[in-house]
Ligand binder design. Sequence first.
Ligand code: GLN
Length: 195
Amino acid sequence: MPRVGVLGLQGDVREHVALLEHLGADVVRVRRPEEFAQVEGLVIPGGESTVMDKLSRAFGLRDPIRAAIDDGMPMLGTCAGLIMLSDRLTDGIVGQQTFGGLDVLTRRNAFGRQVDSFEGEIPVPALGEEPVSATFIRGPVVEEVGADAVALAALPSGVVVAVEQGTLMGISFHPELSGEPRFHQRFLDRVAARG
Ligand code: GLN
């Protein structure tokens, strides 16, 4: 049973913990470097990326997380978590930093006010034939997928909403809210494969 962390500074931490535990993982809420040192993979939840950025720096988590990304630790970021894992960000606030790791350009709050929250069925071929039921809440989109990353899913308009690069995955929406377990299972498989 792999021990994995959910970054617990802010956001929808509880929903990720519940889904990972349902899938059989041993889950630690990570707020301190000592907690991060115990885990073999990290989920970065949805929430507010500007706050996660500030708190992760204040709590001394940014540098160890950055080092773990370089070392190949599996990570899954949803929504604000995708922002945190993006190498390049547009529409961030002044001084906003990300951890990086995914060779992508991501735009914050990309859907505009009228349609900032919606649900839809999205095909994700890497997860099998059954489409994913996706919940978007003021989500980001991936505007450019660099040479090192691959798109896992796009909206009918062609806008990319899920990407993968090695052991890192970032998605614009919230599978932990729609009860979709396959991204988290893929993350746990990556953790197990590494162990
Ligand atoms: N708009 C948020 C941000 O910029 C992301 C929204 C979410 O995670 N549901 O971090």
